[in-house]
Design a binder for this molecule. Structure first.
Ligand code: PLP
Length: 350
């Protein structure tokens, strides 16, 4: 019956699921482990209270575009804002992809790319990562050159692999299609393609405030691109998509970026410490990463490891259903004391 109404590409997709459990230490969604300080939350709350909730927000929040543009050193005409970078990605797919168009991406990578491509009826050209998660540059270039849209997560999720900007530039030179670089985790890699925007009108960069900026609960992300592209892709975002609380929260935290930078630096140090300490435990393989998460394989396997850690109050991500990751879990770097608990739990488990 449902087949009469819902298009087959949607019916065949599994729902997007995240395994949850009531754990005290949450290391499963690459969020910031630190909330915003109470004084800043109070400032945001006061500003939200003083607004009329009966009125729509700005159709497009221009001042916020300016502020975001200033953070990235680009003009506001190159910025579009979405409810999370997921919504920006969705608008890009809506504006660009028709059934049978080809979309190139890495595998494994962020699951939403494949989900959106399938929903638009696109053909997906994947470039597989090696067993040590490196990119086959010539394969990627070849597939990108035949695709209308190429989407690269840099650093990649869930592997943490970082492509140098020279590789992104090669792809841009080799394709007449659009190239989206998803920089959701840029604050932990320090490597950005923003410098290429003025030379390549086919480059789009997406970013989020859900990770290093600790605003996952508010749902805001953005895209940077050529201004003519921005005009067109903006049409595929729904009118009034960014609500008043999100605008206020983001404006306030953009005035407090020092804290974001300090915390990102701390996460980078903790990531490197964690990977090193876990690799010192026999029976664990923790992979290098340029993000705020990393992949881990243990000799006990995914199910037992997940359950053991959950029993100790630690929630990690089971990524074993991703192509090529059958024996892996993914761990988000937490606060130093949470990471200490994790290391202890792994030592006990093995
Ligand atoms: C690589 C990547 N891109 C985009 C997103 C979407 O982020 P949001 O919609 O919260 O901005 C995520 C979230 O996990 C992600 O990992």
């Amino acid at each position: 019956m449902i087949e009469k109404w819902i298009q087959p590409d949607v019916i065949k997709q599994p729902p997007y699921l995240v395994k949850t459990s009531s754990c005290q230490i949450k290391l499963n969604q690459n969020e910031s482990p630190w909330d915003w300080p109470t004084e800043i939350k109070e400032t945001i709350s006061r500003r939200i209270l003083s607004c009329g909730w009966n009125r729509y927000p700005e159709l497009i929040p221009i001042e916020l575009k300016e502020k975001i543009g200033a953070v990235c050193n680009v003009s506001k005409d190159r910025v579009i804002i979405g409810k999370g970078s997921n919504e920006v990605l969705q608008a890009i797919f809506t504006a660009v992809i028709r059934p049978k168009d080809s979309v190139c991406t890495l595998s494994p990578s962020f699951a939403v790319y494949k989900m959106l491509a399938e929903q638009k009826g696109a053909q997906i050209n994947v470039s597989n990562l090696s067993s040590s998660f490196t990119v086959d540059e010539s394969d990627l270039n070849r597939k990108a050159s035949k695709s209308k849209l190429t989407i690269i997560c840099n650093p990649n999720s869930p592997t943490g692999t970082l492509l140098p900007i020279s590789v992104i530039e090669d792809i841009l030179n080799n394709t007449s299609g659009l190239v989206v670089v998803d920089e959701a985790y840029v604050d932990f890699s320090g490597v950005t393609a923003v410098g290429l925007l003025t030379s390549y009108p086919n480059l789009i960069i997406t970013r989020t405030f859900s990770k290093a900026f600790a605003l996952a609960g508010f749902r805001i992300g953005f895209g940077l691109m050529d201004k003519n592209l921005a005009t067109e892709i903006q049409k595929c975002l729904l009118p009034f998509n960014i609500d008043i609380p999100s605008i206020i929260a983001l404006e306030t935290i953009l005035d407090n970026q020092e804290l974001v930078k300090n915390r990102a630096d701390q996460i980078i140090n903790e990531r490197d410490r964690l990977i090193q300490e876990l690799n010192n435990i026999e029976g664990i393989e923790a992979h290098e990463s340029r993000s705020n998460f990393f992949l881990v394989k243990t000799k006990l396997g995914v199910g037992k490891t997940f359950n053991y850690l959950a029993g100790k109050g630690i929630l990690i991500r089971d990524v074993s259903s991703y192509p090529g990751l059958g024996s892996y879990i993914r761990i988000t770097v937490g606060k130093p004391e949470e990471n200490d608990t994790l290391i202890r739990a792994f030592r006990e488990m093995l």
